[in-house]
Design a protein around this ligand. Structure first.
Ligand code: HEC
Length: 136
């Protein structure tokens, strides 16, 4: 099981880089929000396929996310803030992917409570970034 999950997750990482726009970000955010809802339904309906598909979608999509960097042109102080955002985003991406892999593996192994904990951790990571970048 672990092997299958892993090879699916790698697909997202090999995508070719092109400028990441706000439009791209909003689209990816909506994809993730839908996938998170599907995962939640997967828990309620006890449906592994929903959880797996949703988990892979979130893990692949978060890989593409970049923070808004409209301040790019500005000088030193802004550059520092920017770097902090990039590093925060990278950390969150890493955690989200790991949580989604674990969620899928744990659900498959019958550890539903563990799987749910990983799901909730991802929700927390989503909100964490929104709070910091969006003041939501
Ligand atoms: C690295 C920071 C970051 C992370 C992590 C993040 N978001 Fe977002 N999210 C944003 C930003 C920034 C916006 C605003 C989009 C814009 O205007 O560019 C946004 C907007 C959204 C929106 C509104 C999109 C719209 O239609 O306007 C949704 C829904 C959303 N995020 C869901 C999620 C979910 C679900 C997750 C976790 C799986 C998540 N986000 C993780 C930064 C993040």
């Amino acid at each position: 099981m672990r092997k299958i999950t892993f090879s699916l997750l790698l697909v997202g990482a090999t995508m070719i880089a092109k400028p990441y726009t706000q439009e791209d970000r909003i689209k990816d955010m909506q994809t993730m929000a839908n996938a998170m809802q599907n995962i939640q339904n997967g828990f309620f309906y006890n449906n592994f396929d929903m959880i797996k598909l949703g988990g892979v979608t979130v893990a692949e999509t978060i890989e593409k996310i970049e923070p808004p960097l409209s301040e790019k042109e500005e000088k030193d102080a802004m550059a520092r803030i920017m770097n902090a955002r990039v590093s925060m985003t990278n950390k969150i991406k890493h955690k989200v992917k790991r949580n989604m892999e674990r969620m899928i593996d744990e659900f498959a192994d019958g550890d539903k409570v563990g799987a749910l904990t990983n799901f909730m951790n991802v929700t927390r990571q989503c909100m964490n970034c929104h709070k910091k970048l969006r003041k939501w």
